[in-house]
Design a protein around this ligand. Structure first.
Ligand SMILES: NC(=O)c1ccc[n+]([C@@H]2O[C@H](COP(=O)([O-])OP(=O)(O)OC[C@H]3O[C@@H](n4cnc5c(N)ncnc54)[C@H](O)[C@@H]3O)[C@@H](O)[C@H]2O)c1
Length: 326
């Protein structure tokens, strides 16, 4: 049984705890949050409902100080679900104790911090994975399969979108802590593009708006990967509910992800009735956690979500920010 520690028991901390609750080979033995009120909550608000059993906090030890938890407990795995400005230092503290780390996205707010995390991983000989949930999201995995197998011919163009209103916790509203929507939210799709194409775009142009975080809270980037056009929009400046969407235009079909539909993916072809693809309801958060635990157990190497590729995604969004603020 792998012993798991968790630091940051807010929105994503609860999500990861709920995922781990369903596993038989890993158990949360201690949780840390500076705000003990979080220990009393069965559920917390995130952008969308996650189907999982709420975690029973009475089954583990609780701490309000991370250093104390690290001193008193022994762990195989640490889940870091903290505000983004703390990702690097808190992940490194765990790695230095010889603990494998899965840390929420975005990896960090600077490439220098990402590099420190990778160096600490290398020094420790342990695993470090950034929880890029979209790489494990069933709809996006189907799109990945279609792109990689040329199921509908070549991908000509793709539009991705991730939009909503400003998030629930105060720290998100300070771009020095969250990076604003560009680094916090938009990074999901930028990371996915980076993961799929595996290299820098040949060209990139971008526009954006400074919002109430003081950072870029609305942005639109246009990139060209060889002869595929990719346009990605992210925003916290909308009213109404959160949504994520894509439209992928292949030679022989157009695939559309619409969050409000069930099944969420519709496939359009010339002169044919549209069909749908049901990618199932499995939680991407549980799937990424399963992948990480199996990596730690030595069942496979982490080839799907290396820290190096997450660092590349941070580098990419930071270069996008430079284009916007130039
Ligand atoms: N993968 C996703 O879909 C997704 C969605 C939302 C957020 N996130 C990411 O997850 C991370 C956490 O976001 P969240 O939505 O859970 O935020 P949150 O505000 O809900 O939770 C953060 C928690 O960390 C605690 N905390 C703050 N400083 C601490 C410290 N020094 N020691 C211990 N606990 C501390 C807070 O009290 C809070 O409970 C962020 O990096 C965010 O970008 C990912």
């Amino acid at each position: 049984m792998l012993k798991v520690g968790l630091v940051g028991f807010g929105g994503l901390g609860h999500v990861h705890a709920a995922s781990l609750w369903g596993f038989e080979d890993a158990k949360i033995t201690a949780i840390c949050d500076i705000d003990p009120e979080q220990f009393k909550k069965q559920d917390v608000e995130i952008n969308f409902a996650v189907d999982a059993n709420p975690f029973d906090i009475t089954t583990c030890n609780t701490y309000e100080c991370y250093k104390e938890m690290l001193e008193k407990e022994e762990f195989d795995i640490m889940v870091v679900a903290l505000p983004t400005d703390l990702h690097a230092d808190y992940s490194i503290m765990a790695l230095e104790k010889g603990i494998n780390v899965i840390c929420e996205k975005p990896m960090a707010l600077t490439v220098a911090d990402c590099k420190r995390m990778v160096e600490a991983r290398d020094k420790s000989g342990k695993e470090l994975m950034i929880a890029q949930c979209i790489r494990f999201w069933p709809e996006y995995e189907y799109l990945e399969e279609c792109i990689k197998t040329n199921k509908y011919g070549k991908l000509n163009s793709m539009i991705m979108e991730r939009v909503g209103s400003y998030p629930y916790s105060e720290w998100f509203l300070d771009h020095k802590r969250s990076g604003g929507a560009l680094i916090d939210l938009h990074v999901h799709d930028m990371d996915w593009a980076n993961y799929i194409f595996g290299s820098d775009p040949d060209t990139m142009s971008a526009e954006g708006l400074i919002g109430k975080t003081g950072g870029i809270d609305e942005c639109n980037v246009l990139m060209k990967y060889e002869d595929t056009l990719v346009s990605i929009r992210g925003s916290w400046m909308l009213k109404g509910t959160f949504s994520m969407a894509f439209q992928a235009n292949f030679e022989e079909a157009t695939l559309q992800l619409d969050w409000s539909k069930d099944p969420t993916i519709t496939i359009y072809k010339d002169n044919e009735e549209p069909t749908t693809y049901d990618s199932g309801k499995e939680s991407a958060y549980a799937r990424e956690m399963r992948y990480f635990i199996d990596t730690v157990k030595g069942l496979h190497k982490n080839e799907k979500c290396t820290a190096e590729t997450s660092m590349m995604s941070i580098d990419l969004v930071l270069r996008e920010a430079e284009l916007i603020t130039m």
